[in-house]
Write a protein that binds this ligand. Structure first.
Ligand code: ARG
Length: 592
């Protein structure tokens, strides 16, 4: 479906041409003076110079061509040369009804649907999932949903950090604790046990202990760190015992990570990791060397990525250290080769902390220089800011530690529970489940309503508030609509064949004007991959809906036909809000 701005634009464009002017002048926008009109066109001002005419004369002539057009309640030329427009109530309800009939409420999505890989989550196996990974999961999930809604095949890959030093640390810590295990018996020739030698809670405790040990600046500590490096090296060169332990670590850790991501309503199509790219690395490095793309520098192997147009110096991309070890960039490059081979995606989108932006610039440039992707492949890094505490510093727990995600979720669910527990009609169990759902919405909305690149302050009180631009406020509005529709059905009403009538009040019309923006808003959200614009739109809808609700007798309406008309309007409002919450990965209870 054409967006409402395009529809109006087309009418104006015809009028400009009929009056002898360029169609390019017919740019229509939302009015920046909503007190005067709903839409405006400033093309006559722009055309004045070219046509050597006073802008208001041009505007007058254009408006004359549209005189009597039933699409407008009012169209007028206003000095010095603006064209101000107010939509007719009929045109508005027609558009709303057409939206309701369309599968995606009038949104067309991408004209050329394609495959896109979204690389987000990025947890590091065997290390606890903490708030640092929250933003990637929440923003990435939303970006993926925006891509799918546009009609693309979006493949989310968690891309686990599963190949680093943490593995060597765990192996050596395990050796110290349980030296009797067969993995540490050099003469062992049998089959290693299929059962992991630790549980998830042990594993969660082993890594921090090992990490602490490696940092202790004693001789023993350095000895431990050296052993961990050696174990990591052995693992990376395929040692049987190290690989067997690594598999156990991955098995146990993945189960736990899945549970955590499920809790967040974040789901991945692929559970790949850095380790999956490792087999491709030796050939890739050979190839880069042979083609002269990589060269040696101080013993390391690097690819120059500086371009002439760069205003500042860009360090080369290091793909192999002097000791032969691969790096973060190496595995990202090999992963690109793998993705290209397996999916040939038109775009790969990475969602990480913005402090990784240099890394991605280097990787993207190297990939292009080496021809690992086609010229058309889009490589995008969405870098997000830091989640800060109220003190403006990166969020920490009261005791100064990094807070674990599950505690964070619990905190906010508790805050919501405090607010809803007095709702007597709700059994305890439902109240707990609702608090969790609303708490999660509070958390996600609190994050997503900020432009991703910006830092934001994590404020449980504010996020969990039922008023203002918050997740709970939006959900509360949705629940209010759901409950009206439910009651309407209980009264014998029927939600089939609803038709939205012409607006009979200002607040009705305002709600309508907000709803018909939907296709336009979705175009922008998709073009900019901007979940925060979904939030801003929902907030606008919630506000205009609530003022309609307070101004209108809906269920109390005696005139049945009128009541049904309002119900139709509510139904569309709900449809729009539910699509939006879904794009954010937010679930909504039936009552709260
Ligand atoms: N594991 C990384 C971290 O914790 C994030 C991975 C992001 N994805 C990627 N392809 N580099 O910082």
């Amino acid at each position: 479906m054409q967006t409402i701005l395009k529809l109006i634009g087309e009418k104006l464009s015809n009028a400009f041409v009929e009056a002898g002017y360029d169609e390019s002048l017919a740019m229509v926008t939302l009015s920046n003076r909503p007190d005067l009109c709903e839409y405006q066109c400033n093309g006559a001002m722009a055309g004045a110079k070219k046509f050597h005419k006073a802008p208001f004369m041009i505007a007058d002539e254009v408006v004359a061509k549209l005189e009597g057009d039933a699409f407008f309640e009012k169209i007028e030329s206003v000095k010095p040369g603006f064209i101000n427009m107010t939509l007719s109530r009929k045109a508005l309800s027609d558009y709303m009804n057409a939206m309701e009939e369309d599968e995606k409420l009038g949104y067309e999505g991408d004209p050329n649907p394609h495959i896109v890989v979204v690389d987000y989550g990025g947890a590091n196996a065997a290390k606890p999932l903490h708030v640092g990974h929250l933003r990637s999961a929440v923003i990435g999930e939303s970006v993926k949903r925006i891509e799918s809604y546009a009609g693309n095949k979006a493949i989310g890959d968690v891309h686990l950090g599963d190949w680093g030093l943490q593995m060597g640390l765990i192996i050596e810590e395990l050796r110290d604790r349980k030296p009797e295990l067969p993995y540490f018996d050099e003469s062992f020739t049998g089959v290693y046990p299929s059962e992991a030698p630790f549980t998830i809670s042990e594993l969660e405790e082993i890594y921090p202990a090992a990490s602490k040990k490696s940092k202790e600046d004693t001789d023993e500590g350095r000895e431990f760190l050296n052993r961990a490096h050696e174990a990591t090296r052995k693992l990376q060169s395929g040692d049987k015992a190290c690989t067997a332990i690594w598999k156990h670590i991955m098995g146990v850790s993945k189960v736990d990570l899945k549970k955590n991501y499920d809790n967040l309503n974040v789901h991945f199509e692929l559970w790949k990791g850095e380790s999956d790219a490792q087999p491709l690395i030796p050939d890739m490095i050979e190839d880069l060397k042979n083609r002269g793309i990589a060269h040696e520098s101080q013993g390391a192997l690097v690819v120059d990525v500086q371009e002439e147009s760069d205003s500042k110096e860009l360090p080369p991309c290091i793909i192999q250290k002097s000791d032969g070890a691969a790096l973060y960039a190496t595995s990202d490059l090999a992963t690109i080769i793998d993705r290209e081979k397996t999916y040939a995606p038109k775009a790969i989108i990475y969602v990480t902390d913005k402090r990784q932006s240099l890394h991605f610039t280097q990787v993207f440039r190297t990939a292009r220089k080496a021809g690992f992707v086609t010229d058309e492949t889009e490589l995008t890094h969405i870098g997000f800011g830091t989640m800060n505490g109220k003190d403006g510093k990166p969020f920490k727990t009261r005791d100064g530690g990094v807070m674990r995600l599950e505690f964070l979720i619990q905190d906010i669910a508790d805050a919501v529970y405090e607010k809803i527990k007095d709702n007597k009609s709700m059994p305890e169990e439902e109240a707990k489940a609702t608090a969790k759902m609303v708490g999660l919405a509070a958390l996600k909305y609190g994050d997503l309503s900020n432009q991703a690149a910006k830092d934001y302050v994590f404020d449980v009180e504010r996020f969990a508030s039922f008023e203002g631009n918050t997740g709970p406020y939006i959900l509360y509005t949705i629940v209010r609509i759901k409950s009206i529709l439910e009651k309407y059905k209980e009264q014998g009403g029927n939600l089939e064949n609803l038709v939205i009538p012409e607006a009979d009040s200002d607040s009705f019309k305002k709600l309508g004007l907000a709803l018909v923006k939907f296709p336009e808003v979705m175009n922008t959200v998709y073009a900019e991959l901007a979940p925060h614009k979904v939030c801003a739109y929902m907030y606008e809808i919630a506000d205009v809906f609530n003022s309609f609700y307070h101004n209108t007798r809906i269920l109390g309406q005696e005139d049945e036909a009128k009541k049904k008309g309002y119900i139709a309007l509510l139904k569309e409002t709900l449809d729009v809000l539910l699509i939006c919450t879904d794009l954010l990965g937010i679930e909504c209870p039936d009552r709260m």
